[in-house]
Design a protein around this ligand. Structure first.
Ligand code: PGA
Length: 259
């Protein structure tokens, strides 16, 4: 596990974008796993800039999003379909048919979830998975006590998540959907490389539990400890509860000379 502490959200986003660009430059038809929420907004903005100003090419890229609210149509301003279109897809040259986002309006969730898992495999698996983290330690919508072997399925959101996400909805927590369709922890762990971003003091406890705590379904991000290639990029407030941060920063200074 590699932990990079950034001085600002902007620096966190630029470092993450450089990693995505490196992936696309070495594998132009890479499969990216994408996240929504406020955390990756700076990353998407930087990727759009790199596309527009530096020609970063998405023409062969395939993407799979982590999750979607059940009951929200693609056109709903709070749906993750809408979010992705507004913040990334409409600004880059990714072919529409290469974009996969779980459906919040299918009439057969079980069949859709199996199909989604199957499509990931058929596309060769996810090369780089981008994640945020919830203040309850979730990755995607894998709320506390989700099986660490879980696959794409419907989840009931935790009260904490509904409260956290109410800021995006007009009429407070009553409007936040209660169910979501989400990739499972087991699905996420199959990605080749995982990049988790976190910023702000509200994430400090979850980040510390995920990195330094025991592996537990109470903090589903802690399952990333079992993955061989995970990078965390966190800003200083999000890193503030880590007990080993001096060591993580020291590693970064020593890395260029490592054998
Ligand atoms: P946020 O959400 O980026 O809006 O903080 C992250 C998450 O819940 O995974």
């Amino acid at each position: 596990m590699e932990i990079i502490v950034s001085d600002s959200v902007e620096e966190m986003s630029r470092t993450a974008a450089r990693l995505v660009a490196r992936t696309l430059n070495s594998k132009p038809n890479a499969v990216l796993g994408l996240a929504t929420g406020s955390t990756p907004l700076g990353l998407y903005k930087e990727l759009v800039r790199m596309h527009q100003e530096e020609g970063l090419d998405f023409s062969q890229v395939t993407t799979f999003n982590l999750d979607e609210y059940v009951g929200l149509t693609r056109k709903h301003p709070q749906s993750y379909h809408y979010f992705m279109h507004e913040n990334l897809f409409q600004h880059i040259n990714i072919p529409k048919q290469n974009i996969y986002i779980p459906s919040g309006t299918t009439d057969n969730y079980e069949a859709f979830c199996s199909w989604y898992e199957q499509r990931i495999v058929e596309c060769g698996g996810i090369d780089l998975q981008i994640l945020g983290i919830g203040s309850d330690g979730h990755i995607a919508f894998n709320e506390p006590t989700s099986s660490l072997g879980s696959r794409t399925r419907i989840k009931t959101l935790a009260k904490q998540t509904i409260d956290d996400n109410a800021r995006f909805f007009d009429d407070l927590a009553e409007d936040v959907p209660v169910y979501a369709i989400t990739m499972g922890v087991g699905t996420i762990l199959e990605a080749e490389k995982i990049l988790l971003l976190a910023n702000g003091a509200s994430k400090a406890k979850a980040v510390a539990q995920a990195i330094e705590g025991p592996v537990t379904s109470m903090i589903t991000a802690s399952a990333l400890q079992l993955h061989p290639d995970v990078m965390y990029i966190v800003d200083r407030p999000a890193a503030s509860a880590l007990t080993m941060s001096d060591y993580y920063e020291w590693i970064q200074t020593k890395m260029p000379d490592a054998p």
